[in-house]
Design a protein around this ligand. Structure first.
Ligand code: JFZ
Length: 514
């Protein structure tokens, strides 16, 4: 028997837009806030429109790939020197084997281009202290200390410029585990005896000057984990570096509130819209630096939803990949980024140059906007096909699917807009892959790379599973409905809301309230 009720979607959600009346556009213009862009740093304009950046963590730790002396480490591959308490002298020997001959700047930059990425920030020096560029300040660098002998940053600066991608460096200004006076190596050096100022004078500042002088215009200098400087000293550092690159944006992790835009904590999206220029950073799997046993890659669906979610709060997503010690970007990062790029080619209008929408986050998804337009990113289809857009103050003139441009039926109910997303109106949906084992109804095939992306069309449910095994791309086989770690969930629609009881029967007598 051929079973066809389960389909797997590559692109799980849709985008719609709503034209609004002129008066409303004004409000939108205000919300768009172009005046505040020009009042603040004009260099922020490109950044605010860019929405999608690529972070690259690449260094000696990439060569170690999460393993030291036969022991596997997990979490942050770039922290392995600290996690394993590797002495400076021993760690430095890793450079002898670091020969990333597969590095190809053109390929990396082209991947970013194909993925719809507008800026790249790469680690010029992470906490390990190793310079991934040709530095005259310290010999602990890729040109002097490795068999590779070339400067990959030079090539990448050129390759990105050629493709119109803004280029930037991550630089760990305070933590430097290689240096006796650098921050945070307490296993080789006594922290209390350190002269941080000497380290800044002799390494960090001269290296930053090299980076800001020798690689053309930098879109961003991404500082990280500040320390060892007063506000005044930080201001002097920032001012002197800005003289070298007046148009470059400095990340907020330069410290003391002196950055040009805000970075949230790692893997953090604010729950409500935030004005001004800001960025959320996420990594594609679980680690920033390459770990060969970390296969927990986010699927294109998850990346796209993350991008839409961040955009719906008004910010940028900078997604990290961790190339390996040979210079290869992990194949799932390549594959999933390209998929994301395909989606952006059709739906990019709902992301690039947008800001948060007028509609707060809904059970079905999020919204972004441009003057006169609202884009609805529908992550979860309402079970009855009716998408409720509550309290919508604009005048709706048209509702349509962004990719494909098919008009959708809609009506108003008070201030709510109800959009018809029933199955017969979903010709625009791009489903692919209907794979189910004919012999065993309970077995669902996981196509490579889409271990996250299930949707049960027959009863509007979504498969959920708590077994990390299932997230591993490339895992053969399938999952069983009767597996205790697999569940299904589906949305319910609440039509009447009653007053909440003042006394809650479930509360403990001693409960003091929240
Ligand atoms: C830092 C680094 O230590 C880490 O290796 C990686 O480069 C990451 C992008 O940045 O880690 C941080 C820094 C700040 C926060 C969290 C992790 N924070 O503010 O929540």
């Amino acid at each position: 028997m051929k079973i066809s009720f389960i389909k797997i979607s590559a692109i799980f959600f849709l985008t719609f837009f709503v034209l609004s009346r002129a008066g409303y556009s004004q409000t939108m213009d205000e919300m768009w806030d172009s005046s505040s862009i020009s009042k603040e740093n004009p260099n922020l304009k490109w950044f605010k429109e860019a929405k999608f950046g690529l972070f690259i963590h690449w260094g000696l730790y990439s060569q170690l790939a999460g393993t030291w002396k036969g022991k596997n480490y997990y979490g942050s591959g770039e922290w392995i020197m600290s996690q394993a308490r590797i002495p400076v002298k021993e760690y430095a020997k890793v450079a002898n084997d670091f020969n990333p001959v597969n590095f190809n700047a053109g390929e990396w930059a082209q991947l970013a281009k194909d993925a719809g990425i507008k800026y790249i920030v790469i680690t010029a020096k992470h906490h390990e202290g190793f310079a991934m560029y040709d530095s005259k300040v310290s010999n602990f660098n890729i040109v002097k200390a490795t068999p590779y002998k070339k400067d990959p940053m030079k090539a990448l600066a050129l390759a990105t410029a050629k493709r119109g991608i803004h280029f930037g460096f991550y630089y760990s200004q305070f933590q430097d585990w290689h240096e006796p006076n650098g921050g945070r190596n307490s296993w080789d050096f006594d922290e209390s005896k350190k002269d941080y100022k000497k380290y800044y004078r002799e390494k960090a500042i001269p290296q930053l000057k090299e980076l800001l002088t020798n690689y053309g215009p930098l879109g961003i200098v991404w500082f990280d984990t500040p320390g060892g400087l007063t506000k005044e000293e930080t201001r002097n550092l920032v001012d002197s570096l800005h003289m070298l690159q007046p148009n470059s944006l400095f990340s907020s992790r330069v410290g003391q509130g002196l950055g040009d835009y805000k970075d949230f904590g790692d893997s953090e999206v604010p729950p409500i819209p935030i004005k001004g220029a800001w960025e959320s950073i996420y990594t594609h799997n679980d680690s920033w630096g390459y770990i060969k046993h970390d296969m927990n890659f986010k699927t294109p669906k998850i990346i796209i939803q993350l991008l839409a979610n961040v955009a719906s709060k008004g910010g940028n997503l900078m997604l990290n990949v961790g190339p390996d010690g040979s210079g290869n970007i992990p194949k799932y990062s390549i594959q999933f980024l390209k998929e994301t790029g395909k989606w952006l080619q059709k739906n990019g209008e709902s992301i690039y140059g947008t800001t948060y929408g007028l509609i707060p986050e809904q059970p079905w998804g999020v919204s972004t906007s441009k003057p006169g337009k609202q884009f609805l990113h529908v992550f979860r289809r309402p079970h009855n096909g009716k998408l409720w857009v509550p309290d919508f103050m604009g005048k709706v003139t048209k509702v349509y699917a962004l990719s494909g441009k098919q008009n959708l039926k809609w009506k108003k109910s008070g201030n709510d807009v109800i959009i018809d997303l029933r199955r017969d109106s979903e010709t625009f949906l791009k489903w692919f892959g209907t794979e189910l084992s004919a012999e065993n109804k309970k077995m669902l095939y996981i196509p490579e790379g889409f271990a996250h992306g299930f949707q049960c069309l027959s009863f509007d449910c979504q498969l959920i599973y708590f077994h990390t095994e299932f997230y591993r791309p490339g895992a053969e086989g399938g999952i069983r409905y009767n597996d205790p770690l697999v569940g299904i969930e589906w949305p319910i629609e609440i039509t009447t809301i009653s007053q909440r009881d003042k006394t809650h029967p479930y509360l403990d007598e001693n409960f003091k309230g929240i």
